[in-house]
Design a protein around this ligand. Sequence first.
Ligand code: AQP
Length: 337
Amino acid sequence: MTTSPQSSGRVFSGAQPSGNMHLGNYLGAFKNWARLQDSYEALYCVVDMHAITVWQDPVELQKQTREAAAAYMASGVDPSRSILYNQSKVAGHAELAWIFNCIARLGWLNRMTQFKDKAGKNREKASVGLYIYPNLMAADILLYKATHVPVGQDQKQHLELTRDIAQKFNSDYSAEVFPMTEPVIMGEGARVMSLRDGNKKMSKSDPSDMSRINLNDNTDTLAAKIRKARTDAEPMPSDASGLEGRAEAANLVGIYAALTDQSRDSVCAEHEGQGFAEFKKSLTDVVTAKLAPITEEMARLQKEPDYIDSVLADGAERASALAEPVLAEVKRAVGYL
Ligand code: AQP
């Protein structure tokens, strides 16, 4: 199998199999991945090496890796057009990451806000892997000389670091090896927030399951989560400017807008004056209509683990074939014998 030669560049993206895939992953990533495979040669990776930067139970990790692959496919990633694989199967990610550990500066990594957020107050107890995570992410992208990376707002800083690493490598070794990868920032769904706190992003690792809509939630569960989502007592404003300072209300409107491919302004206009208890019913209908077929397809695929494993193995073989010449070029530039 080969990817489309008619592409306008090469895209790389991935998600960590570190828990339940959720609506934020769908709107911020998977939905766009499916769209991008029409115009780009695409690699979509289940980044299991990133996942173990925080503790993962080995049995759960295997299950979550297959679940992530099922979520990609159920969201529209077509493994005959895109390369779908898990990161640990292509050794080049680790090899290039080591070289980038020697390129990136401590000062650069000290500025990464995601490390500060994830390590929290317990910095000294965080794994070294969590600290150098952005170098591995740069390796993921540059191992394939990806020209474009679709990123949520939360990943913008890491992509800037990737560009810094590419530039420093090219300059240190006087070799034009790596491209300056461009971000593809997506629309309304770019940042989906927690249903319990509109200032925190919806996240797999949030201890409250009520904070997120999982892609494997059944209809009753997701309806209950939306019904109990935090809001305020104000009605729907006439346009999005009236959502200012109302993080939870803005988040629900944003989700509705992203799922129906319209602007926040037009969602406000459509529901102007409505109380949020009422709006949540419409939102539940929209979320159910979009997610139910994905949930169903994920469940079907997960009943066929051998099929999922064969997709991942085929993807790893194709990814390795693309990575090999890049890694050889890098090793020559570095001076490895
Ligand atoms: N809340 C979100 N809104 C929009 N996009 C999101 N993404 C994640 N959460 C949201 C996007 O999904 C892709 C895969 O993310 P990831 O799994 O690699 O890692 P993450 O961003 O750290 O996701 P989580 O859910 O917060 O995981 P944990 O809790 O394990 O750290 C990325 O493109 C990301 O932007």
